[in-house]
Design a protein around this ligand. Structure first.
Ligand SMILES: NC(=O)c1ccc[n+]([C@@H]2O[C@H](COP(=O)([O-])OP(=O)(O)OC[C@H]3O[C@@H](n4cnc5c(N)ncnc54)[C@H](O)[C@@H]3O)[C@@H](O)[C@H]2O)c1
Length: 305
């Protein structure tokens, strides 16, 4: 039995739940929101879709006892308007510091002992806060981090080269936010370093880096939220845990040497983060990563002492 719970049923939580129901990725799905009516309404809407779905999902609603049984809980709690209107994910931190403490208390009270996938922004700071408030092991709390930003970078590279983004590999590292960067030394196309494609294709790597960094706001300035890109990233991370896939992915995980959660590739499986990778970064990339870690810590301290 694969048991999953989604907490926070706004644009993102419902997109996550939708992908889970459409793909039959869980046997039991528990939906929770502080706005109990919205959770109930979404649950009924999903139940109404089941008759025409390829798989059956048993759906529970606003039931923290069921959350306690989950293998994976996905947090999409938040107030996205604060991020979109300010252009800064840290603008959500004050709101989140209360909401995440509230959810964490429920998670502790219901005895949740599974893996926590964090989407809630600012995701690096929130992953840390969840870990501290729930007391779950650090390797069991993982943020989606730059799994989404790396996908944005792959999309932008793929567009220039007229390729499926899945033919591009490599990482955006650091904060899921303004201080992240594309580590070009890790980026490969058809298993060749990206630098072999730059001249011939007139590629502007700085422009692609910027495009992936601001991608959320490019979409958000029109939609007022983003949901499909991040839900695909979160469900992939969830599936990696449920299937014990041992996949290396750029997710937000605690790195002792930086003293915070930030995105750096880690191997993920049933026990959460199984192993942290060690990239051979250039000096410039190492410096950018340190600056990104400093930025996460400084911005967090402004709100949470
Ligand atoms: N990590 C990423 O890549 C990424 C991408 C997009 C959005 N996000 C973040 O995901 C979060 C959700 O985005 P959204 O667009 O769905 O936001 P939203 O404002 O539409 O929905 C948030 C939901 O959380 C619920 N909620 C608030 N406090 C709660 C609590 N204490 N317990 C249970 N539920 C609670 C609200 O009632 C609401 O339904 C935001 O923090 C957003 O910034 C992250």
């Amino acid at each position: 039995m694969r048991k999953v719970a989604v907490i926070g049923l706004g644009h993102v939580g419902t997109a996550v739940a939708h992908q889970i129901v459409c793909t039959g990725a869980a046997d039991e799905l528990t939906l929770v929101d502080v706005n109990k009516d919205i959770a109930r309404a979404e649950a009924i809407d999903f139940q109404d879709s089941l008759n025409n779905m390829p798989a059956y999902t048993k759906i529970f609603v606003n039931d923290y006892e069921k959350v306690g049984e989950a293998d994976v809980v996905i947090s999409a709690v938040g107030n996205v308007a604060l991020t979109i209107s300010s252009g800064d994910r840290f603008a959500e931190l004050e709101f989140q510091s209360k909401a995440i403490r509230d959810v964490s208390k429920h998670l502790v009270d219901c005895g949740f002992n599974g893996k926590l996938v964090v989407i809630s922004n600012p995701v690096d700071a929130i992953s840390n806060l969840y870990q501290q408030c729930t007391g779950l092991p650090r390797n069991h709390v993982i943020g989606t981090g730059t799994l989404l930003d790396s996908a944005r970078m792959h999309r932008a590279v793929g567009k220039v080269l007229d390729l499926d983004p899945r033919s591009v590999s490599g990482y955006n590292l650091g904060e899921h936010g303004a201080s992240q960067f594309t580590a070009w030394s890790t980026v490969r196309v058809f298993d060749k370093p990206i630098k072999e494609f730059v001249k011939e294709n007139n590629m502007d790597l700085d422009k692609i880096d910027e495009e992936s960094r601001v991608g959320g706001f490019t979409v958000g300035s029109v939609k007022k939220y983003t949901n499909w890109g991040v839900s695909a990233a979160a469900v992939r991370l969830m599936n990696t845990i449920l299937t014990d896939a041992h996949t290396t992915m750029p997710v937000s995980n605690y790195r002792e040497e930086y003293g915070c959660y930030l995105s750096y590739p880690a191997m993920v499986g049933a026990d959460g983060k199984l192993k942290q990778e060690q990239l051979d970064l250039t000096d410039d990339e190492k410096e950018k990563l340190q600056k990104s870690a400093d930025s996460i810590i400084t911005n967090t301290k402004k709100v949470i002492s």
